[in-house]
Design a protein around this ligand. Structure first.
Ligand SMILES: C[S@@+](CC[C@H](N)C(=O)[O-])C[C@H]1O[C@@H](n2cnc3c(N)ncnc32)[C@H](O)[C@@H]1O
Length: 307
């Protein structure tokens, strides 16, 4: 009989031979997914025959460089566990920082907006994939309205499923609507009015670079989730232009905000582009590796006399 400790050691060796970047961590997840037990806590427990077969299948998939989150079917994102599925972009740890920036901004706006207009703060997340960012906002913020959207059928279906699962377990403190369509046009029929905050992790890599990425990314994330046109920043640029026109100025000083994840090599360009379309208070924030990964900008607020 193979024990969990032996299964773990075999799995680590298999993943290492396959060139998986973190074989120890991934092997632990695979053994736990196959057996329901953490091999560090129950090293001497024997594997049941059915468990061995499941582990063999999971190990073969990860060894073929399918992303861990697709193999086990879930990803941790801030306080949430989200379903993941082939055909939809796997949420990344750096994007947890993007969600945190949006959450801070929404909290800051809530007091002011409620006092001035009585309106809840409205958040739009185009390019939502699994729904990770918008669902994290709704999990951590009370009383906002969150609309998330994507143009991909698979993403919209999965985001809806994640929204429904979290709502059923009482995890959403703000309501979340899932829409489908191109960027901000997806929200055109919304009854909630202009957004106070637009937050997005859009595709932002140059098309020509996709084939050279790690096999987990190039072979499994949808091309449409990665490539932002030949130059990489076409979707980022389109969102900045749309935000300058559509993010809500009403009641808010210094105005609604756009919070974007970007290609860290393009931070200076993005700041210039944001200013050129009329956005103000443009700031760059770093990710956990220190890269200039996020840009926050505001629409100029209404002058005090017009409030
Ligand atoms: C990098 S993924 C991000 C997904 C999710 N926000 C996350 O961080 O995990 C980009 C997403 O944008 C969607 N997308 C790409 N171009 C789009 C467009 N023009 N309009 C709407 N969605 C788009 C893709 O389908 C994909 O789900």
């Amino acid at each position: 009989m193979t024990t969990l400790a032996e299964a773990l050691a075999t799995t680590v060796a298999h993943l290492r031979d396959a060139g998986v970047p973190s074989p120890e961590v991934d092997a632990r997840w695979l053994v736990e997914a196959a057996t329901g037990s953490d091999p560090r806590r129950a090293p001497d427990r024997p594997l049941a025959p059915g468990e061995q077969q499941v582990l063999d299948e999971l190990r073969a998939r990860r060894g073929a460089r399918e992303p861990l989150q697709l193999v086990i079917g879930t990803a941790a994102f801030r306080e949430l566990e989200l379903r993941c599925r082939p055909g939809v972009f796997v949420p990344r740890p750096e994007t947890e920082v993007l969600a945190g920036l949006a959450i801070e901004i929404v909290r800051g706006m809530q007091l002011e907006e409620r006092a001035l207009t009585g309106r809840p703060v409205v958040v739009h997340e185009p390019c939502c994939g699994t729904g990770a960012v918008g669902l994290a906002v709704a999990n951590e913020i009370d009383g906002a309205v969150v609309l998330i959207a994507d143009r991909s059928d698979a993403a919209v279906a999965l985001a809806t499923e994640n929204r429904d699962l979290l709502a059923a377990t009482g995890r959403l403190r703000s309501p979340v609507e899932v829409c489908q369509g191109e960027l901000l046009d997806a929200f055109a029929a919304s009854a909630h009015g202009a957004p106070h905050v637009i937050v997005a992790n859009p595709p932002y890599l140059p098309q020509a670079e996709i084939a050279q990425l790690e096999p987990e990314v190039a072979g499994h994330d949808p091309h449409d989730a990665l490539a932002g046109g030949p130059d990489g920043h076409e979707v980022v640029d389109a969102l900045l232009v749309a935000a300058a026109a559509r993010v809500a100025p009403a009641g808010i000083a210094p105005g609604g905000a756009i919070v974007l994840e970007i290609d860290a090599r393009r931070a200076a360009d993005t700041v210039a582009r944001a200013r050129s379309v009329g956005l103000v208070d443009v700031q760059v924030h770093r990710d956990l590796t220190g890269a200039e990964r996020f840009v926050v900008a505001r629409r100029p607020g209404p002058d005090a006399g017009h409030r």
